[in-house]
Every structure is written in C-alpha cells, then in structure tokens.
Design a protein around this ligand. Sequence first.
Ligand code: HEM
Length: 401
Amino acid sequence: MTTTVPSLAVNFADPDILQDPYPVFDAIREAGPVVYNPTANSWMVASYDGVRSVLFDDEHFVPESDKWETLYGGSVVESLQEPRHGEIRSILAPMFRAGYLREMRPVITDLISGRLDCIAARLRSGETIDIVPELTRAVAGRVLAHVIGVGEEDVPRFLAWAKDMGATLESYDEPDPARSAKLRRIGTEATKLTCAFAGEQLARRRGDTEARDLVAQFVRSPVTETMSEQDQQATIAQVIVAGHDNITHTLGHVFVALALRPDQRRLLDADRDLIPGAVEEILRWRTSATGDTRVLQGSATIGGVELEEGSRVMLLLGAANRDPERWENPGQLDLLRPAQPHLTFGSGVHTCIGAGLGRLEARLMMSEVLDRLPEFTFADPRIDYGAPLFMRGPRAIRIRA
Ligand code: HEM
C-alpha cells in the first residue's frame, strides 16, 4: 500500500451506518477514487465511474468465490468466472426473457391486487398495517415460487431459511469474531436446509419434459449434467435468496417513496407513463444491494492506484448511485427525474439476471397502489433498515389510510 492512498476505518455492521449509510458513502467518495478500509481489510470504491469500470473488468476483478460458496453451499453463477459462468447462466436465462415476463404480468397483477383489496378494506376500518409481511414479502415469495415451480405452501419455509442465510453475509461485515462465528453458524444451517429443499425439488422434476418453470428447465438442460449435485442445489438456493430479498426491499421502497412524495404521487396517478421512470429513481435512490465485492486477480489499478494481487475490493453500488458527478442533488428523491442508467442491478457479466422481473414487480406494485390506496400515509415514519448493509431494506413499513 502506498502512503498517498486515503484510509478510512468503516465498520459496516455499525447500527448507525446500517440505518443511514449515505453520509459515510459520501465521505468515502470524497476521500478518493479508492479508499483503504482497515476494519474490513478492503479497498472501497464509491464513484459511479469507478464502480462501473471495476464491474466491467471481469478479467482482473473476479467474484469473491469463497463468500458466495459459503452463502449458497456450492458454486453458483455469482461465484464463477468465464467461460463457466456463461454456461451456467444460460440455463437460468430463459426464465427471465421478455416473453416469460409478459406471461408473468397477469399473475403478478392478480397477486398484488388481491392482497391490496383486503389491505384497503382493513385500512378503511381504521387498522394500521405492516405491509412488509402482509404484502411485499408475500408477493415477492409467491412470484418466486411461481418462477421456480414450487408450491405456495412451501413459501413460508423457504422465506424463513433465505432470511437466515442473510446471517452469512452479515458475518462478513461483523468485526467481532465471536458474533461473526455465531452469524456464520445460523447462516450455514439455513443454507443446508435450503439446499436440501432444492435437492428435493430437483429430484421430483427429473424426467419432466413439459413444465416451463425454472426447476424443470434446469433438470432438462444438458449443461446441468456437467454440474455436481451440490452445485445444482446451490444454484437453485441462490435464485431463492437473490430473487426475493432484493425484490421485497424494492417493493417496500415503492411505498416509502410514495409516502414521502404525495405531491408527485398525484402526477404519477394522472399519467401512468411516468411509472417506469419513477421506479428507476426509486431503484437509484434506495439501492437494495448496497454493495458488492470483488477480488483482484493479477495486478490492476483503480483511479491510478495500483493494487496487489488478492486485494479485496468493495464496490459501493449505493454510493455510486448518488454520485453528484452524475446526478444533480443525488440525495433528493425526485420521482419525475429523467432516468439514466444506475448500478442497482450491477453491471458487466454478472449483471442481475432478474432485473426485468424486479422492475416489472415494482411497476405493477406502484400502479396497483395508486389505484387501490391513493391516500395512504405512514402510521410510523421511523423505518428500521436492519442488516446486512449489502442487502438493505425496510424491515417493517406501517401504514394507515
Ligand atoms: C430489485 C430486485 C433485485 C436487485 C436490486 C438485484 C441486484 C443484483 C445485483 C447488484 C447483482 C450483481 C451481483 C454481482 O455483481 O456480483 C445481482 C445478480 C444476480 N441476481 Fe439479482 N437483484 C434483484 C432481483 C433478482 C431476481 C428477481 C432474481 C431471480 C429470481 C435475481 C437473481 C440474480 C442472479 C442469479 C444473479 C447473479 C448473476 C450472475 O452472476 O451472472 N435477482 N442481482
């Protein structure tokens, strides 16, 4: 490390940072193009251009495979490099193409509108409701069950395991070794249960030549035969985790944003063509996957700073999405802001495969809320964002009519 490189000790498990990471993100971005963090023994990148260029350089900046393999119980798309990454990604890709998303549209609309009608009736009778368990998590889980091809009755248990698997990610941010080990144990146990569940689904569907869901496509693909049983299970486990937490958070952010901007809510209601742009602004403003990591293979520079082989690089997507070089007044939520590309879904070869599904769910949620809950407000404006920082979202959102 050269002495000219700025250093900032940041504990990403600090409750104040978990609650509001943006002041620290600004400080890191202002400190330099790359900033050493002794607490996490990592190099942090917080500017839009810096994060994007590292994501695109997949020859040098490779996934932190150990972390993903611990989290998911085997190697998965997110832990792999080319060409293997592309082969495995091709098995999942058909489930996320435009044609499939068109078929999903009425399914998602029905799921949202059915639940919102009940919620609206209860709000009218004077109840306050936490929409995270009652709506956002429930919708995300049921859509995912549909995509994967498992029954609705399985949703509560896979959601519970997926939540506990988040403890593994938390353990990487936790500087206290005893607490980190405890989090790792909770996460590992949940990973075993999720992989066992994935294994049951795979076994049940072998020989299925008809169904179009993810597990059926997966068992039919010739590429699957080149994977170990453990990696097959881990790949399904990854879709379960990646596919519901980030969406639950994003759907929650739709409510937070509409509650914070009643003035713009009316304009969106009057002109529904503004919804896609508003969703992009929400994704930018409250990035759910706040950060990502890579490990340097060989040697490379970031912002003119040469890093050593094996350096761990933290890419602060949430900070990049508020880079004042790219967005005017970036901390301001402006649902009418002209959309321009952000990094909420990453970039480069590992760009989120579920981005289209995430966007679709958020747009449909906004449209249905404008129809069915036009006047809702926060019953409690204090939102707890909880841990882990790199999968950040509201734990509860209590609303009233
Ligand atoms: C709003 C919702 C979502 C957000 C914010 C999000 C965010 C991300 C991000 C930032 C990455 C890149 C990770 C990296 O570079 O290492 C990623 C990758 C991934 N996401 Fe998502 N995601 C969302 C929804 C989904 C959904 C619905 C699914 C599946 C049902 C999904 C499955 C995946 C997979 C499989 C990858 C790995 C892709 C690869 O390595 O090639 N995500 N996601």
